[in-house]
Design a protein around this ligand. Structure first.
Ligand code: NAD
Ligand code: WQD
Length: 336
């Protein structure tokens, strides 16, 4: 079975490549390297002892994309490629709409042309906007609050329309909560080309001395200690979720949506304290203003993925902190 992974050189993509190769799939990666480095794929091969095929190309380049489908017998696509920075999407929305929506549109057109109708798509919990309560189930109302989130919502709608028009498609939409951690080998992890903004990357940057202190965005939310609560999920669990979703799309037709989260929420202060305990490194922090657009609490009801995919996130928060730190320590300059 040959699987095309778009965005396979990135953070979640590289971990997904490892799980697929270990499960015996043939892996073809397409990535523009706009936010990643080819070194990640070298390390994927080193971790698994297996080969993969890599096309450095952009989804927006229809001609090159078609070549990938002509040169390979692709059975299914795991579509991870996309731009993902919320704050950037507010500043340059057209870039996000163009890259994420047109990129996916071209991908689906090419898939249709070459008779490949099985796709697993990377969506995000951001499509729930401000949830009316927690835990969040897949049938909650959808309302994105920024251009990035709207690209995910629009793509979800496009995929649903595609299935309505032709129900030989098989589509799995995965809504990730907050991916953190790295492969336990410490050879692959998150290495964005731009400045990190997420909590765990900022914590490891403080721990390694690259940032002086962590800014905690608000301590007056209606939560356990006033700081924001999120559902952090180990990237290896997330990658295994793709494997399970892939197995389902290969077997059936239909369109399904799954939350991929642990179902447990941790506050910012709880994360700092667990990180300090696990690593023995002190994280100096300062409480600052709330970050605009943040919600107080967000965590998943992951029951559907358990029931229908047989998938459960197994790695605990301590392991997430240890692996995030291990990656940072062993690769202080990322893949460089
Ligand atoms: P990432 O930036 O590490 O990976 C995305 C990859 O896609 C990069 O390697 C980038 O070079 C590639 N890419 C982007 N546009 C492309 C294009 N037009 N053609 C070819 N390649 C392109 O990000 P990630 O954290 O691995 O996220 C992967 C996916 O998961 C994204 O779609 C993101 O929106 C989604 N997601 C991420 C998170 C998160 O917190 N990391 C949460 C929810 C959803
Ligand atoms: C987590 C908590 C912050 C940094 C983002 C995207 C979302 C999805 C995942 C792609 C919040 C607090 C953070 C810091 C802090 N990505 N925080 N100091 O905002 O839940 O989700 O990544 O789909 O769309 O919005 O994640 O890690 O940025 O924040 O206090 O330096 O940590 O306020 O409560 P978020 P995050």
């Amino acid at each position: 079975m040959a699987i095309l992974i778009t965005g396979g050189a990135g953070y979640i993509g590289s971990h997904t490549c490892v799980e697929l190769l270990n499960a015996g799939y043939e892996v073809i990666v397409l990535d523009s390297l706009s936010n990643s480095k080819a070194e990640s794929l070298k390390r994927v091969k080193e971790i698994t002892g297996k080969e993969l095929k890599f096309y450095k190309t952009d989804l927006l380049n229809r001609r090159e994309l078609e070549m990938v489908f002509i040169e390979n017998h692709i059975d299914a696509v795991i579509h991870i490629a996309g731009l993902k920075a919320v704050s950037e999407s507010i500043k340059v929305p057209l870039r996000y709409y163009h890259n994420n929506i047109i990129g996916t549109l071209i991908l689906c057109e090419v898939m249709q042309k070459y008779g490949v109708k099985k796709i697993v798509f990377s969506s995000s919990a951001t499509v729930y906007g401000v949830p009316k309560r927690v835990p969040i189930s897949e049938n909650f109302p959808l309302r994105a609050t920024n251009p990035y989130g709207r690209t995910k919502l629009m793509i979800e709608e496009m995929l649903r329309d595609l299935y309505v028009a032709d129900n030989s498609w098989s589509i799995s939409i995965l809504r990730y909560f907050n991916p953190v951690g790295a492969h336990p080998s410490r050879r692959i992890g998150e290495d964005p080309n731009s400045v990190p903004k997420n909590l765990m990357t900022n914590i490891t940057q403080v721990a390694v001395g690259k940032l002086k202190e962590l800014m905690v965005f608000g301590n007056d939310y209606p939560t356990v200690d006033g700081t924001g609560v999120r559902d952090y999920i180990h990237v290896v669990d997330l990658a295994i979720g793709h494997l399970k979703a892939l197995e389902k799309v290969l077997e059936t037709t239909g369109v399904d949506v799954y939350n991929l989260g642990t179902g447990i929420g941790y506050s910012v202060l709880q994360i700092i304290s667990i990180f300090e305990k696990v690593t023995g490194v002190k994280i100096p922090y300062k409480i600052v203003e709330r970050r605009s657009g943040d919600v107080a609490i967000c965590y998943a009801d992951p029951t559907k993925a358990k029931k229908e995919l047989g998938w459960v996130a197994k790695r605990e928060i301590e392991e997430m902190c240890a692996d995030s730190w291990g990656w940072q320590l062993n690769n202080p300059n990322g893949y460089e």
